[in-house]
Design a protein around this ligand. Structure first.
Ligand SMILES: NC(=O)c1ccc[n+]([C@@H]2O[C@H](COP(=O)([O-])OP(=O)(O)OC[C@H]3O[C@@H](n4cnc5c(N)ncnc54)[C@H](OP(=O)(O)O)[C@@H]3O)[C@@H](O)[C@H]2O)c1
Length: 290
């Protein structure tokens, strides 16, 4: 059955995900805080809402893809936010990387108003997002996830049901933690080699061909070699993710010292403005320049 879809948050990820619903034949209503980012969607015949509450008025399923906890709270809970509008019988699907605690508290508010919520953050960056090939981690009840699945399948190559509300957010943190540390470890190994006279190109080629390579490495080597490519995941987002991971671990009363050290290195790197808008793998340049 065709459903009307709402999509809020047309940043790097949302701007390539939302059009997939139009291509799949759905009626789409979009909202973005900075209105100019809605123009390409308007040209594709999406309806542009002036407030988040207008999006829920027009839609059965509402997707959100926002930067952080504050952005999600503002879109859901502010005066003209999603929860000030029609909530009953709506299914809200938040795909942002945020704290499981925030996810659960928003889900509770929605439940009080007879709506449904699932958290569905993603692994994969802008290129897989544009092709509908994300890996999606879901938290929520089976009935809601079954309802959402045909629409999630438009955005992703696989949907993993992690458990109750908040579990999708937690699984996303579990997946991102080693990735952040990997880039830092790689930066340190390149720094070590470079300090002894090895060339970047040769080192990265050797690492990519060894068991020290992650699948994502080959894709990112051109950026590390200085090729000018659009930023997919910037350092600011990496620091945000690490801080969400650390805050979540703190709440659980567990110690994750390697993540703490990684957070400090990335935070130091973005204090230098030249790195602020660079791809997160640029941590290597930062380490080399130290
Ligand atoms: N980029 C990636 O490769 C990637 C991969 C996997 C997961 N993620 C996660 O996906 C989410 C979105 O990432 P992105 O790269 O698309 O981020 P982005 O390009 O920075 O876009 C963020 C979006 O959130 C909106 N926003 C930020 N603060 C807001 C506020 N206070 N009120 C209302 N709207 C607000 C922005 O609106 P404006 O346009 O007005 O600023 C924009 O639409 C993040 O949680 C990120 O961690 C990203």
């Amino acid at each position: 059955m065709r459903k009307d879809i709402g999509f809020i948050g047309l940043g790097k990820m949302g701007s390539v995900m939302a059009p997939l619903f139009i291509e799949a034949g759905h009626k789409l209503t979009v909202y973005n805080r900075s209105v100019e980012k809605t123009e390409p969607l308007r040209r594709m015949d999406a309806l542009v809402a002036e407030t988040p509450s207008e999006v829920s008025k027009n839609s059965d399923l509402i997707f959100t893809m926002l930067s952080d906890d504050n952005a999600v709270e503002s879109i859901f809970l502010s005066d003209k936010g999603l929860l000030s509008g029609d909530v009953t019988d709506r299914l809200f699907i938040d795909m942002s990387t945020i704290m499981p605690k925030t996810t659960s508290s928003i889900a509770n508010e929605i439940k009080k108003k007879s709506g449904a919520f699932i958290d569905a953050p993603v692994s994969g960056t802008v290129a897989p997002a544009a092709k509908g090939e994300l890996l999606i981690f879901c938290g929520g009840n089976t009935q809601d996830i079954t309802k959402a699945k045909p629409y999630l399948n438009i955005l992703g190559r696989r949907v993993i049901h992690a458990g109750k509300t908040g579990s999708g957010s937690l699984l996303k943190l579990v997946v991102n933690l080693p990735l952040a540390i990997y880039w830092q470890a790689l930066a340190e190994s390149v720094l070590l080699g470079k300090s002894g006279g090895l060339s970047d190109e040769m080192m990265l080629d050797a690492i990519a061909d060894s068991s020290a390579a992650l699948a994502v490495l080959k894709m990112k080597i051109p950026i590390m070699m200085g090729e000018d490519m659009p930023v997919a995941f910037d350092m600011k987002s990496m620091v945000k993710d690490l801080s969400v991971i650390l805050n979540t671990a703190k709440e659980m009363g567990i110690n994750i010292p390697t993540t703490q050290s990684s957070f400090e290195v990335y935070s130091e790197a973005i204090k230098q403005e030249r790195f602020m808008h660079e791809d997160a793998v640029k941590i290597i340049d930062y380490m080399k320049g130290k």
